[in-house]
Design a protein around this ligand. Structure first.
Ligand SMILES: [Zn+2]
Length: 166
């Protein structure tokens, strides 16, 4: 049986990990803890570990993206607010973004093949195939947005596109 829970941060989540009278972990808070550990050396106060090769699973809502970016904060020319401002308008057209660390910040964006794979998809069932031209346009829009947010490396890896900050 699943229950709907709310954590202290206000995240609402379903869980089947129900132990009467016991703590039910919030997946979003756990993720934020993991990101804080991955960027442990730049937290205030600093944590005692870091993960130089790390990536979240795919995120598919603006709120989840923003809260992860905020944990990173700033890192050289990576500024969470700038990245969020550029990323959020294109987010609904993507399948997901995964935010990580490859020594320094990295973001991978999934480019959909079908409309039902996009974050903005509301209907059930199958959508329609997205043309190759449109897929390339979405890749370009993501990479252009990350260029405006001062990313140092931008690459198209087919299914995903990558932006990395030095
Ligand atoms: Zn939470």
């Amino acid at each position: 049986m699943q229950t709907i829970n709310a954590c202290q941060r206000g995240h609402r989540y379903r869980s089947s990990l129900v132990h009467p009278g016991r703590f039910t972990p919030c997946p979003r808070c756990d993720r934020l803890t993991l990101v804080a550990l991955a960027y442990g050396d730049i937290q205030n106060p600093p944590r005692a570990c870091r993960l130089l090769d790390f990536k979240t699973e795919g995120l598919s809502s603006a709120q989840e993206v923003v809260e992860v970016l905020e944990i990173i904060g700033s890192y050289n020319r990576f500024f969470a607010n700038d990245v969020a401002r550029e990323l959020l308008p294109i987010l609904p057209k993507l399948t997901h973004v995964a935010i990580g660390r490859e020594c320094s910040p990295v973001i991978y964006a999934g480019i959909p093949y079908w409309t039902h794979q996009t974050i903005e998809w509301q209907g059930g069932g199958m959508g329609v195939r997205i043309s190759e031209e449109e897929r390339q346009s979405r890749s370009r829009q993501f990479l252009d947005a990350m260029r405006r947010a001062d990313a140092d490396e931008l690459s198209d890896e087919g299914y995903a596109v990558r932006a990395w900050w030095d």
